[in-house]
Ligand binder design. Structure first.
Ligand SMILES: [Zn+2]
Length: 137
């Protein structure tokens, strides 16, 4: 069991906390498809893809609330035990839809279309509401 947890923590596609999202972008002529997580080949044309760090800002496409503890492993309950959490899909500005745990103070505050900033987490990306200073251009 410890082996499974170790393998998950060292998965090369699971960057450390606060790291940018490591995606990839097709380098083929006129394709330029961006994907997350990174892949060596483009899913549209099969051509080569280059690593790309995604901006991480976007809007919530849809979401749900996980009300019971997921299967463990790979899920690891926090020290205080399981607490229901929101999970959603975020449409990034790059045109990529990423699944992420929503880090909100109150589940009643979650709204489709709300601006979110996504960062890489341990295995699953994390999304938190974008603060006004982060929205940029
Ligand atoms: Zn392509």
């Amino acid at each position: 069991m410890a082996g499974a947890l170790t393998r998950m923590a060292t998965d090369p596609r699971s960057p450390t906390d606060s790291a940018g999202l490591q995606g990839s972008r097709c380098s083929g002529d006129g394709c330029a498809v961006t994907v997350y997580p990174a892949d060596d080949a483009c899913p549209r044309c099969g051509g080569p893809a280059d690593p790309a760090v995604l901006h991480g800002t976007g809007t919530l496409w849809t979401w749900t609330v996980q009300r019971y503890a997921p299967k463990s492993p790979p899920y690891q309950a926090p020290p205080g035990g399981f607490v229901p959490f929101a999970l959603g899909y975020v449409d990034l500005v790059e045109g990529v839809r990423v699944a992420a745990v929503l880090e909100v103070d109150d589940l009643d505050d979650v709204r489709i279309g709300m601006p979110l900033t996504v960062t890489a987490g341990h295995g699953v990306p994390r999304a938190r509401p974008t603060t006004p200073g982060e929205e940029g251009s």
